[in-house]
Design a protein around this ligand. Structure first.
Ligand code: FAD
Length: 323
């Protein structure tokens, strides 16, 4: 039985097809009464499921074509971000941002508005300059930034067809350093929220909600030095995983050591299972001005999460939050 990454959803679809050419994909889509694209199965819901069949683009030819003058790259949609990043870095190019894990497919991640972190970076979809897809009739369609309804084609949740290629903006390669801080008080986080989230290129906060502080702050900085002081938080003395007790071999380089963008922007290394491999994640978007109130309300729910932490499943993966 085929399940998603978290193992909480078993796909109901009849078959998963893996065409090896775009022509084969087109014929398949034209023939099947109902079909949906499947990426690397990292979504936590039945979003990528179908009452018909599924089609994966992972076996289509792997293409990474850089247009240096136009600062863009045309890539196969089934490629994983980590593989794309490696190919780009080897040629001296970079993406502006990456998600916490590099294991997700380009087409699947873009289709769901997947994002990294940071006040000044857009989501992965913000870099999309073009989409090529096979529509419900099996016809190839190509849309470019500036075309009518372009944004809808980009974050389409797989509803408009099967994306074969995506064109992304790129920039010259750069280095990033990752500095971690621990035990930032909730009061300081609330009082300095805007300064905190803009204190580095990418900022992530982690807490188990019950220990009375933001346990970890992950700052990823580009070219600039990170702040020398973080409102009373302590610089991490060693490499940390955001999940208590998890193997730190899985996380990207920390300790302020600069490294290539694709080895620092994701939290997790490509060679390891991201996170613990058995948790569920959800995400809520709130206006920035409501952030402190939202955190306060969630903290009020902490006793409930403490009860959950005592259940056998949660004891292995206690609730943690990243922002
Ligand atoms: C450990 C972990 C960490 C995560 N971290 C982050 C994070 O930091 N930031 C964040 O925003 N999200 C995060 N996510 C969520 C994840 O990025 C999204 O669920 C993403 O959509 C997964 O991509 P996928 O390739 O697995 O797509 P799937 O889950 O397989 O599919 C997702 C959607 O994309 C569509 N799709 C897939 N391939 C194609 C295609 N070729 N053409 C058209 N549509 C297609 C599917 O039909 C479906 O609707 C995380 C998930 C996990 C498991």
């Amino acid at each position: 039985m085929l399940t998603n990454w978290a193992g909480n959803h078993t796909y109901a679809a009849g078959r998963v097809h893996s065409p090896e050419s775009v022509d084969e994909l087109r014929a398949l889509v034209a023939r099947l009464p109902r079909v949906r694209a499947l990426g690397t199965r990292h979504s936590f819901t039945d979003l990528a499921d179908s009452t018909g069949d599924l089609v994966s683009t992972a076996d289509l030819p792997r293409e990474v074509e850089v247009d240096s003058d136009g600062r863009q790259v045309r890539v196969s949609g089934g490629l994983r971000y980590g593989d794309l990043a490696e190919a780009l870095a080897n040629r001296g190019w970079a993406l502006a941002t990456m998600a916490s894990l590099p294991h997700i497919s380009v087409a699947g991640a873009v289709a769901t508005g997947t994002h990294g972190s940071g006040d000044r970076t857009g989501s992965l979809a913000a870099a999309v300059a073009g989409v090529e897809l096979v529509d419900a009739r099996g016809e190839l369609r190509s849309v470019r930034r500036g075309d009518a309804d372009f944004e809808g084609y980009v974050v389409a949740l797989g509803a408009l067809g099967v994306t074969t290629h995506v064109t992304l903006d790129v920039e010259p390669t750069y280095d990033v350093r990752q500095d971690l801080w621990t035990d930032l008080s909730w009061d300081a986080a609330a009082e300095h929220f805007d300064d905190l989230t803009s204190s580095a290129y990418s900022v992530s906060l982690f807490t188990d909600w019950v220990s009375g502080a933001v346990q970890q702050v992950w700052l990823k900085s580009r070219a600039t030095e990170p702040p020398a002081d973080l409102w009373g938080a302590r610089p991490a003395a060693r490499t940390l995983h955001m999940l208590a007790g998890a193997d730190v071999a899985a996380v990207t380089g920390q300790g302020g050591v600069p490294g290539p963008w694709h080895r620092r922007l994701p939290h997790f290394r490509m060679e390891f299972t991201p996170s613990r491999g058995e948790e569920l994640q959800s995400e809520y978007l709130v206006p920035r001005t409501a952030a402190a109130t939202a955190v306060e309300r969630l903290r009020a729910l902490a006793p409930g999460s403490r009860r959950c932490s005592r259940s056998p499943r949660c004891a292995r993966s206690p609730p943690t939050t990243c922002g």
